[in-house]
Write a protein that binds this ligand. Structure first.
Ligand code: GRF
Length: 219
């Protein structure tokens, strides 16, 4: 990529393995115009921190158990995030419910990835629930974060078929593969200034989205 182009400063929040983080790191090393300034986890053992260290990205741990309540944790977390002056905060398997104060602080500049075709299956265990519900299609969504858990305006989705012999694990693996394409795409649009949260809606190229965008299937 053209090194004269300024890269969008980003902070990524994780709690676990960090394969989505890895997809973002890999994309940034290719042509995604972001600079991941820090990776912050609430879990010290999260393997994603190791991925960040290997890529030479600063890491931080803010352990929620060190704080008396959610509000204090969120304020400490925001204080740590803001030291890096990100223009975008990415939740990538960050398993904490966020306070309204935190959400407001990052309104319009915080994205989340969720493993379902929102608004279906908000919350946990999405793959098992999709199978139980007899869905023929499942997937993942990127959305702006608002007060409602997994309820913010959806930007883009990737769809996968549900197969008759799927288990939650096989389905999760199929979805995760798409997540790794989906997050870099959404972040690229944001970096290019094509995405915006306005009046509670997701806007793309200057128009409110009536429907989430769909990631084209890999050919
Ligand atoms: C992903 O399925 C993501 O959608 C969900 O948590 C999982 C995180 O996986 N929010 P990883 O840590 O990125 O591997």
């Amino acid at each position: 990529m053209n090194e004269v182009t300024p890269r969008l400063p980003v902070v990524v929040l994780i709690s676990g393995g960090g394969t989505n983080l890895q997809a973002l790191i890999d994309a940034a090393q290719r042509d995604l115009p972001i600079e991941i300034r820090a990776v912050i986890s609430n879990v010290a053992e999260a393997y994603g921190l190791e991925r960040a260290r290997r890529a030479g990205i600063p890491t931080e741990v803010v352990d929620h158990r060190d704080y008396a309540d959610r509000e204090r944790f969120d304020r400490a977390l925001a204080e740590r995030i803001d030291r890096y002056r990100p223009r975008l905060v990415l939740l990538a398997g960050f398993m904490r419910i966020l306070t309204p104060w935190f959400v407001e602080h990052y309104r319009g500049r915080m994205l989340n990835i969720h493993p379902s075709l929102l608004p279906k299956f908000q919350g946990l265990h999405t793959h098992a629930r999709a199978l139980e519900a007899g869905e023929r299609e499942h997937g993942a969504s990127i959305h702006f974060v608002t007060e409602e858990l997994d309820g913010g305006p959806v930007i883009v989705q990737a769809r996968v078929p549900v197969k008759p012999d799927d288990t939650p694990e096989t389905l999760a693996a199929r979805v995760l593969e798409q997540e790794h394409r989906l997050y870099p795409q959404a972040v690229q649009w944001f970096a290019e200034g094509r995405l915006e949260l306005r009046d509670g809606r997701a806007w793309f190229d200057g128009r409110p989205l009536e429907q989430p965008l769909q990631l084209e299937s890999a050919s």
